[in-house]
Design a protein around this ligand. Structure first.
Ligand code: CA
Length: 168
């Protein structure tokens, strides 16, 4: 699972990067709205964590541009604002969930899992390279039909290698 964090506060993005990496996710970070939109449009992410108050382009604008470009990547919005009108705007623009700051990491993790469970199953959920098979969503890997037990970090590493199959 590959996630993109779009967040300008270094402290928050570092904290999220660390916590999510420890939980087995592959995590990229963008520090402003323009870079975030560019990355989100050019890489196939499983989920975006999008801060709203961002330099260069705010989170609403990133979300709107992304959806207009036909990208249905699930999005969880983070914001210091918790006004109901903001929340409605976010959901109308196509956010999948919304979490007011400051938030509890365990709650964010639970919401990420919930959003990912609801996300439509994609074709590349099952990866195959020669006799190696990986079901990314069920966290299962097998070789010639025999199950391989992997630690979370090994699983992420193998997934990354399988997705890059054929590349150096
Ligand atoms: Ca911010």
């Amino acid at each position: 699972m590959r996630l993109l964090i779009i967040e300008d506060e270094l402290k928050t993005s570092r904290f999220l990067h660390k916590g999510l990496t420890e939980n087995g996710y592959v995590v990229d970070v963008a520090a402003d709205g323009e870079d975030g939109l560019h990355q989100a449009a050019s890489v196939q992410y499983d989920l975006l964590i999008l801060d709203i108050m961002l330099p260069r382009r705010n989170g609403w604008s990133v979300l709107e541009a992304l959806r207009k470009a036909g990208r249905s990547t699930p999005v969880i919005c983070l914001t210091a604002r918790d006004a109901v009108s903001d929340r409605i705007l976010g959901l109308e623009l196509g956010a999948d969930d919304y979490l007011p700051k400051p938030f509890d990491f365990a709650e964010l993790l639970a919401r990420i899992r919930s959003v990912l469970r609801r996300a439509p199953t994609r074709r590349d959920d099952v990866l195959r390279v020669a006799d190696l098979e990986m079901d990314v969503r069920r966290h299962r890997a097998s070789r010639s039909g025999r199950r391989i037990d992997l630690a979370p970090k090994e699983f992420v590493l193998l997934e990354t290698l399988m997705r890059s199959s054929g590349n150096v």
